[in-house]
Design a protein around this ligand. Structure first.
Ligand code: 26W
Length: 834
């Protein structure tokens, strides 16, 4: 670790004081050239975009850096209470464009580059996405940080610095093929490593009890195998407000110690190899969304994040307050992004008791008033459970503490329901059985002062179903915080045409107060505004069609309706329902049933978890159907289908603005919220959707006339389960019957016998949890409505404008204000401009 030669706090000529950097094109240009030539050592012969990209990034990073420091001085001066957002995933995507937008130097940078003969867009496209997340939950975390910085809230993100992010998806012969995503290969100019804040993380070993001088018994965790956690900080700029918050990502490094026993036994190479295994902890993001697989390395990762982050916060606390933790809970709050970081609860207990000498009662009071838990899914297969045996091996001292938390909790439960042993078993943090497990969601609820779902329906279902017993005990803990998305990335950055059009009418205040978009409502009746709105949409569709042509080799005609479903591939999200509808449309074309036809381009995109066979088979089906449809000359004027490989944040930045129809068709009661639905809405797409997750609130905001609804409701889905008979539905519905006959005839898999049998079986199965057949007839009707509406261009444009106009509630600025009002209670801080 670097040591300090001199004391820098001496008031000599300060080495940290510098004049502010200019923000004009000429300032950017001169810094850019200095970086390019002097720092990176390139000259006029260099033809690589890489160095140009890096020189501009460093130029902008300097401007972030001065605001970053000013922000922290301001938080310090205000003695700010902080929230720490603990998340195994932050799906931040690209940073260059985001930095320019938030610093307000987009035009200046564009001019500076243009004058040097460089196309800014090429630099933007050069950047790899930081794909440090699976999907909704990880992107949500990134949008939250953006809004907190824009609101001036003292919120810091803590996450993992994975070497390999979300895998890259290729399509080979219609199948998904995964390739590792070594996103750091070309460096990452947006992070700065801070080895001075390295933490030591313990694994293994055993608990030892000892008595202190006063005769009080304490525990300590000994004989452990340790790994270092090194922080890499990424700046999180607010929108033109001088605030830059921090996302701190932990990277694993080996300690320099040898395992002496192994060494003495002569196994020198093995003890060096062990160092490698330490570094594996932050090697790779687990690509499973919505199903846990109980891998030891994953538990190591979770503990690594929780322990390093807590130790970091406590390091800072002790440097200001010594061993006095009386105000710790008043000054600090931890928001747990799903159960993944829940081990932070027993870890904080351990740190307070074993390392800071606090008693159980004080430690529990602090812990249970600092932790808050957000649930992101109702699917039982996604609920994390860890084998007690694994805990015993890896984190023995934490298991002691979990047992004690559970014993005290069950004591309370028996007071609440005297004599009800069944209830004790049901709510116990430890699930008994031949292989006992720790139920992480229950631990999270017991140890937190707030438990929230991510949309109204989801939060309601948590209280009625999954967590009902806990709700009975602690109704006041439960609350809803409907998700959102940041309007900076998801409109202002990705849709410049629409941004300019909106701002020309209502000014640009909407970028930080999205409710102002409601001022667009009357403009839906203005023919000239509709014309301009249409023009922007068509330009955006042309941009999307270029992407599709490049990556799928399929021609999307921008005069067709663009019908899009992009999200993780999962049975509950029902990409299958969508492709069945595509087959139905194809069947109609082949029958000549094309009167009054609205031509469509149907786009799919999304990754399947590598071990999820049905999801992978669905990708194959989509690709096979696309091939048949696109190659059949009969479909020319009516239908195109494409599967966009490697769906990611930067792809969505092109997709959302170019979409007409947004597919949000999950089985009701299964999608906790959805956030893609919000990105599409903001960009003027109309939703075809079920009453699920935030769709319900979207429909509430935009009105039933501007939302294309279909399908069973969540209670109807549950009521139908006991007598669900898909084969009867198939027999009665001619369209569905024909679609299934086509599928069963092998029409889409001529030389690949049987590959879609599992899909057909799932549709015909009376126990199909996703009830695809049940919603098919209503879906086809709704799609017919969509086609008719699109046919009437003025009608569609009105709906499109009204959707954007009504999207104000789905800004994460609103979401963060809700969290802050009900859970965090932070005071916004404005950093000094100088
Ligand atoms: C343990 C494996 C695992 C990994 C990730 C289980 C579950 C997850 C996440 C909870 C999956 C996820 O991203 N959930 C999504 O979270 C979004 C943000 O709240 C919601 O909008 C989506 O509806 C929800 O599916």
């Amino acid at each position: 670790m670097p040591t300090r030669l001199l004391c820098l706090s001496e008031p000599k000529p300060s080495i940290t004081k510098l004049p502010p950097l200019g923000m004009e094109a000429r300032d950017i240009s001169s810094d850019f050239r200095r970086y390019y030539v002097r720092t990176l050592g390139r000259d006029k012969h260099c033809r690589s975009t890489h160095y140009v990209y890096n020189a501009l990034s460093l130029t902008l990073r300097d401007r972030l850096m001065e605001r970053w420091q000013a922000t922290y001085y301001a938080y310090d001066a205000a003695k700010s209470r902080f929230t720490y957002y603990l998340s195994m995933e932050f799906l931040i995507g690209r940073s260059l464009g985001n930095a320019m937008l938030n610093l307000g130097v987009q035009n200046a940078a564009e001019k500076a580059m243009y004058d040097l003969g460089i196309h800014l867009e090429e630099l933007v496209e050069h950047e790899n996405d930081a794909g440090l997340g699976n999907g909704g939950l990880g992107r949500l975390a990134a949008c939250f940080l953006d809004s907190c910085a824009t609101l001036g809230l003292p919120v810091m993100g803590y996450g993992m610095h994975y070497e390999y992010g979300m895998f890259r998806q290729h399509i080979e012969n219609g199948h998904q093929v995964e390739e590792p995503d070594h996103w750091l290969r070309n460096g990452h100019p947006w992070e700065i490593v801070r080895p001075e804040y390295t933490q030591r993380i313990q694994y293994g070993g055993r608990t030892e009890f000892y008595k202190d001088d006063a005769g009080v018994t304490h525990a300590r965790w000994v004989d452990t195998h340790d790994v270092l956690a090194v922080p890499c900080d990424i700046p999180v700029p607010g929108f033109e407000n001088g605030t830059v918050n921090t996302l701190r990502l932990w990277k694993a490094a080996a300690t320099d110690e040898f395992d002496l026993e192994e060494f003495n036994a002569g196994d020198y190479t093995r003890s060096v190899a062990d160092k490698n295994s330490a570094e594996n902890i932050s090697m790779v993001l687990y690509p499973n969304d919505a199903s846990e697989n109980g891998k030891e390395l994953r538990l190591k990762q979770q503990y690594f994040l929780a322990s390093a982050s807590l130790k970091d916060v406590i390091r800072h606390w002790v440097s200001h307050h010594g061993n006095d933790f009386s105000q710790f809970a008043a000054q600090n709050c931890f928001q747990l992004n799903d159960t993944h970081p829940t081990i932070a609860i027993p870890e904080l207990m351990r740190l307070l008791m074993d390392e800071h000498g606090k008693g159980w009662t004080e430690a529990w009071k602090i812990t249970s008033s600092t932790m808050a838990y957000t649930n992101h899914t109702l699917l039982p297969e996604a609920l994390e459970r860890w084998p007690v045996r694994l805990f015993q091996q890896l984190l023995p001292r934490l298991l002691d503490i979990i047992y004690e938390i559970n014993a005290r909790f069950l004591g309370e439960v028996s007071k609440h329901w005297p004599g009800d042993t069944g209830r004790l078993k049901a709510v116990s943090i430890i699930e008994e059985g031949p292989a006992p497990q720790v139920r992480m969601a229950y631990l999270a609820i017991v140890g937190s002062f707030s438990v929230n779902g991510v949309a109204e329906l989801h939060s309601q279902l948590l209280k009625e179903g999954l967590f009902h017993d806990f709700y009975s005990i602690w109704p006041q803990k439960f609350n809803n915080k409907t998700n959102g998305v940041t309007p900076r990335r998801w409109v202002a950055w990705c849709n410049p045409g629409m941004t300019e059009l909106i701002s020309s009418e209502i000014g640009h205040g909407w970028i930080t107060d999205l409710s102002q978009l409601s001022q667009l409502k009357p403009l839906a009746e203005n023919a000239e505004f509709r014309r301009r709105w249409h023009e922007v949409k068509q330009e955006n569709k042309a941009r999307l069609s270029k992407l599709v042509s490049l990556e799928c080799n399929v021609i999307f005609d921008p005069s067709f309706m663009f019908d899009v479903q992009v999200k993780r591939i999962h049975e509950y999200k029902r990409q299958l329902l969508n492709i069945l509808h595509v087959i139905h449309l194809y069947d109609r074309i082949k029958r000549g049933d094309t009167a009054n036809w609205t031509p469509r381009c149907v786009l799919f995109g999304g990754k399947a978890a590598p071990g999820y066979a049905m999801a992978k088979r669905t990708i194959k089906l989509i690709n096979n159907v696309a091939k048949v449809v696109n190659e059949d000359p009969a479909t020319q004027d009516f239908l195109r289908v494409a599967f966009l490989p490697n769906y990611r944040v930067s792809a969505m930045e092109v997709i959302a603005p170019g979409t007409d129809l947004s597919e949000q068709i999950s089985t009701a009661g299964k999608e906790a919220s959805g956030t893609g639905n919000m990105k599409f809405m903001m960009n003027g797409a109309i939703t075809i959707g079920t009453l699920d997750g935030a769709n319900i609130e979207i429909r509430e905001e935009v009105g039933p006339d501007n939302f294309i609804l279909f399908g069973l409701t969540a209670p109807q889905v549950e009521a139908m389960r006991s007598h669900y008979n898909p084969n009867e539905i198939i027999a009665k519905d001619e369209n569905l019957g024909r679609v299934l006959s086509l599928l069963e005839s092998g029409f889409f898999n001529q030389f690949e016998p049987q590959i879609f049998d599992c899909i057909v079986d799932s549709i015909r199965n009376p126990h199909d949890p996703w009830m695809t057949a049940a919603d098919f007839p209503a879906y086809v009707d709704a799609q017919r409505t969509a086609s008719l509406l699109y046919h009437d261009r003025d009608r569609w444009l009105r709906m499109s404008i009204l959707n954007s106009a009504a999207s104000g509630r789905f800004s994460t600025d609103r979401t963060m204000q809700d969290y802050n009002r009900d859970i965090w209670h932070l005071t916004p801080v404005k950093p000094d401009r100088e």
